[in-house]
Design a protein around this ligand. Structure first.
Ligand code: SF4
Length: 225
């Protein structure tokens, strides 16, 4: 029991060091989706599934000028909305998701994006990842955003062994500094794109290499060859 508590304490200390170093390495940490207010972020996160944030930002530049409130999405001809979001891919299912979400916003929340995780999860197309992005960015609440970068890097760092996002989030809630969950999540995206990439992580250039067990693991050594 005492050993477990000590280990957890050590993990917490290591996680804080990782965060501080990544924050220093990427001083402009932020959400890389462009938005103004929770509705725009909600729509942008739906569009971002299987699409790059850069492409979403190009599309939403015009989209957000044209569609300003939930009713605008619900009342638009579906073919027109599909065409407006087409470059983001999966445009038929994303358009359907946007319309269903906006219809629920109107029916249940007076057209306003709610500010609790339970209410957000009741909306179509909103999972824990999206809910935590919205809570963190728009409602000042700390949320861990478990995406592909977060999963990969935290498995390599040894903060979780799981692949299931809910279990990963639970593990990280125990070790990540609670006052920086949102910023730490953004750090994962920046670090995952720049250094800790999926296929060939650049461990020799990584600012947290001495805190990470991966380079000395079997897989890490194989990649380094
Ligand atoms: S040392 Fe390698 S595996 Fe660990 S975080 Fe850095 S790049 Fe990723």
């Amino acid at each position: 029991m005492a050993k477990t508590a000590l280990t957890l304490e050590a993990q917490r200390g290591r996680a804080r060091q990782v965060f501080e170093r990544l924050r220093a390495a990427y001083p402009d940490l932020r959400c890389t989706l462009d938005f103004n207010g929770p509705l725009e972020l909600l729509i942008a996160t739906i569009l971002a599934a299987q699409c790059t944030d850069a492409r979403v930002n190009i599309v939403t530049k015009n989209l957000f000028r044209k569609y300003r409130k939930p009713a605008d999405y619900v009342n638009a001809p579906i073919e027109e909305l599909q065409e407006d979001i087409r470059p983001c891919g999966f445009y038929r299912s994303k358009a359907r998701s946007i319309v269903n979400t906006c219809a629920k916003l109107i029916d249940r929340f007076d057209g306003v994006v709610p500010g609790t995780i339970e209410e957000l999860l009741s909306l179509d197309g909103v999972g824990r990842k999206t809910a935590n992005v919205i809570l963190g960015e728009c409602f000042g609440m700390q949320g861990i955003i478990v995406d592909t970068h977060c999963t990969r890097i935290n498995r390599r760092l040894g903060f979780t062994k799981h692949a299931d996002p809910v279990k990963i989030e639970r593990d990280l809630m125990k070790v990540w500094p609670e006052d920086h969950w949102t910023l730490f999540s953004h750090a994962m995206v920046f670090h995952g794109r720049a250094v800790c990439t999926a296929r060939a992580p650049r461990c020799s250039q990584c600012p947290v290499a001495d805190l990470c067990p991966f380079p000395s693991s079997k897989e890490g050594k194989r990649i380094a060859k």
